[in-house]
Design a protein around this ligand. Sequence first.
Ligand code: URA
Length: 206
Amino acid sequence: MSAETALEQLAAEIRACQKCPLGRSRTHAVPGEGPADAEIMFIGEAPGYYEDRQGRPFVGASGKLLEKLLAGIGMTREDVFITNVVKCRPPANRDPLPAEIDACVPWLHRQIELIDPLLIITLGRFSMAQFFPPTARITRVHGQPLMQEERAIIPMFHPAAALRNPNWMRDMEADFAQIPTLLEKVRAKRADRAQDNEGPQQLSLF
Ligand code: URA
């Protein structure tokens, strides 16, 4: 099965999910969207009012900012995969509860496995908390990539926070400006790794 088909099947399961009480209060679940072979995956917190209405991630003011920041590095939202830690809107946009996150986060990990992105960009503290220790503070660590084997995870402010605070907006612009270089670095790492894996096979031809 192609990653695209597997991702679509996963989205259908997410739309039918009743693993936590948000399944009853939502209008639409929001699995996320973007190409199955996206090199970059953005992970937000949870759908808001407009996302819940439309079943699509980041379609409100935060989404507009995300699109503007992407345009600044020559990309569009169609180039990247955009999703959230929690796939259904918490009532009145309250913070997601630990039990809701625990119930929902396996969906996110299956999406990461299928897409296998080169960069994961966490937006805001709930998303950051999936990958960084609880002591990490976004004001300190934003823009500092965690380099894994073949992937970089970059914590960033949530766009809604940047819209409220001009200093954080400047920080977010600077963090975005690093994306092309980081992407190139991880591409090179993966290419090296692929070559290492090919080495013995090529030698055996002679
Ligand atoms: N904020 C989020 O964290 N996610 C969305 O999809 C929209 C707003």
